[in-house]
Ligand binder design. Structure first.
Ligand SMILES: Cc1cc2nc3c(=O)[nH]c(=O)nc-3n(C[C@H](O)[C@H](O)[C@H](O)COP(=O)(O)OP(=O)(O)OC[C@H]3O[C@@H](n4cnc5c(N)ncnc54)[C@H](O)[C@@H]3O)c2cc1C
Length: 402
C-alpha cells in the first residue's frame, strides 16, 4: 500500500479529515486540485480557462458562530471553533476573525421561533449571549439600520468569520508538517481492491487501506461513486461591495450578521469588511435564494464561470443599502458558488457498502464553520471501521437516489 489512508477532495471538510488522520500518526495523501490560478474578478483574475472541477471555498469570508437553531450544527461549530487558534498557531496561517456574531429577528411568528431556538442552544451549550432590543442594537451597532421591533442575539466570543481559502491552506499545511502528502490532481476513480482502495488520477494510481471521498458539489460530476446519492446542488449568487477610507474605519469592528425578520423574503447574511487578494476590502452579502442546479460538470462549470443571477444581485444591493444606509460603496462584484444539500440536513458520513470508503458529503451550507469537526467524524469512522461518535449514526446515513 502507498498510504494508510487517502482523502479525495482538498476542500474544507476533506482537508480537515486528512489533518485528523495525519495527527493520529497515519500516512495520509490528500488528493485534489488547488484553486485554479487566475480565478475570476477579485477572486483572482479569470476562471474562464479552467476545465476541471471548482470548489465552494474560493472566497475570504464564511460566517462562523455557535449560535445555530439546530443543536447538532451548533455542536459541530463549537467543537470546530475551539480548534481554529491551535491550527493557526501550528501552521502560521491565520484564517479566523473573532469579531463576534449578531443574529437579528423580530418577536413574531417564525422569526420568534428562530430566536428562541438560538437562545435554547446558547443555554444548552453554555454560550455567552446578550439579548439586545432595537434601541440597544442601534446604540451598540450605530452603522446598522434595523427594521421595526428588531431583537438581536449577540455572541461576542467564539464567533465572527473565517477565510475558507486560508482555512483549507492551513489544514493542508498541517498535513504536510505531519508528514502527509499533497497530490495536486483530480481523481478519476476511487474503488475497492483487495485489502484496501485504489485511487486513479490522469497521471498516477495510488493504493491505501481506506479512503474518504469529500468532493463537495462536484461529487456526481466527478463520477467517483458507484451510484448516485440524494444530493441537491444549489446555486448561490453573492454580492461583494468594496469599502474604503472613513467607512472602512467606522466598520472596523463590525460583526458577522444573520438577519431573519418575520418576512422570510427579506432574510440575508452579511460579512464584515475583509481584505481580498486584490488588496481591497469588501463586505459580502448573500441570501437564502439558492435555486437547485444540474450537477453535471458542464452545468457547474458554466455556473462558476458565469455572472450569477442579476436579479438576486440587484436585490442584495438594495438590502445592503438598507442595512448600511450611510456607507458609500465605490465598487461591486458579483460572485457565484454552490452548496450541496442532503434530505436529512446533515452530511452523509457513512461507509459505501462494506468497502473501506467513507463519504464526507453534503455540507448543507453550514460546513464552512464546522468543517473541522465533520472531518474528525469521518476520519474517526474510517480508522475505527465503526461509528463511535456521540450523535446517532442514523443522522449521517447515505441515501441513494432511486
Ligand atoms: C456563497 C456561499 C456562502 C457560504 N457561507 C457559509 C457561511 O457563512 N458559513 C458556513 O459555515 N458555510 C458557508 N457556506 C458553505 C461552505 O462553504 C460549504 O459547506 C463548504 O465549502 C463545503 O465543504 P466541502 O469540503 O464539502 O466542499 P468544498 O469546499 O467545495 O471542497 C470539495 C473539494 O473537492 C474537490 N474535488 C471535487 N471533485 C474532485 C475530484 N474528482 N478529485 C479530487 N478532488 C475533487 C474540489 O476541488 C474541492 O476542493 C457557504 C457556501 C457558499 C457557496
Amino acid at each position: 500500500m502507498d498510504y494508510d489512508y487517502i482523502v479525495v477532495g482538498r476542500g474544507l471538510t476533506g482537508s480537515a479529515a486528512a489533518r485528523h488522520l495525519a495527527t493520529a500518526g497515519l500516512q495520509v495523501a490528500l488528493i485534489g486540485p488547488e484553486e485554479p490560478r487566475g480565478g475570476r474578478g477579485l477572486a483572482q483574475g479569470h476562471r474562464t480557462h479552467h476545465s476541471g472541477v471548482f470548489a465552494s471555498h474560493y472566497d475570504e469570508g464564511r460566517i462562523t458562530r455557535i449560535l445555530d437553531p439546530n443543536p447538532y450544527w451548533a455542536r459541530f461549530a463549537q467543537r470546530s471553533i475551539a480548534r481554529y487558534r491551535p491550527l493557526e498557531d501550528i501552521t502560521g496561517i491565520s484564517f479566523y476573525g473573532e469579531v463576534g456574531h449578531l443574529a437579528v429577528g423580530q418577536d413574531e411568528g417564525a422569526s420568534r421561533d428562530y430566536l428562541s431556538a438560538l437562545q435554547q442552544v446558547a443555554a444548552d451549550l453554555a454560550v455567552e449571549v446578550e439579548i439586545l432590543d432595537q434601541r440597544a442594537l442601534q446604540a451598540r451597532f450605530p452603522y446598522f439600520q434595523f427594521y421595526e421591533n428588531a431583537v438581536g442575539l449577540w455572541q461576542r466570543q467564539q464567533a465572527g468569520y473565517l477565510s475558507p481559502r486560508q482555512h483549507v491552506k492551513a489544514q493542508a499545511r498541517a498535513v504536510e508538517l505531519l508528514g502527509g502528502c499533497l497530490i495536486n490532481q483530480e481523481a478519476l476513480s476511487v474503488g475497492p481492491v483487495a485489502d484496501g482502495v485504489q485511487v486513479e488520477t490522469a497521471a498516477d494510481s495510488y493504493t491505501a487501506r481506506g479512503a474518504i471521498v469529500a468532493t463537495g458539489g462536484f461529487t456526481h460530476a466527478s463520477n467517483l461513486l458507484p451510484q448516485r446519492l440524494q444530493l441537491t446542488v444549489r446555486a448561490h449568487t453573492v454580492l461583494l461591495a468594496e469599502v474604503d477610507g472613513a467607512d472602512l474605519e467606522r466598520l472596523w469592528s463590525m460583526p458577522s450578521l444573520i438577519s431573519k425578520p418575520y418576512d422570510a423574503e427579506a432574510h440575508f447574511y452579511l460579512l464584515p469588511p475583509i481584505r481580498y487578494p486584490d488588496g481591497h476590502w469588501y463586505i459580502k452579502i448573500g441570501c437564502s435564494e439558492m435555486p437547485p442546479i444540474a450537477d453535471d460538470l458542464e452545468s457547474l462549470q458554466k455556473w462558476f464561470k458565469g455572472p450569477g443571477e442579476s436579479a438576486i444581485a440587484d436585490r442584495l444591493k438594495a438590502r445592503l443599502s438598507q442595512i448600511l444606509p450611510d456607507v458609500q460603496f465605490p465598487a461591486y462584484w458579483v460572485d457565484t458558488c454552490v452548496t450541496t444539500h442532503t434530505p436529512t440536513g446533515y452530511p452523509y458520513i457513512d461507509r459505501l457498502g462494506e468497502s473501506p470508503i467513507v463519504t464526507l458529503l453534503g455540507g448543507n451550507g453550514y460546513a464552512g464553520k464546522s468543517a473541522d469537526e465533520l472531518g474528525w467524524i469521518a476520519a474517526n469512522l474510517l480508522q475505527q471501521g465503526q461509528w463511535t461518535y456521540d450523535l446517532e449514526a442514523a443522522h449521517f446515513k447515505l441515501r441513494y437516489a432511486t
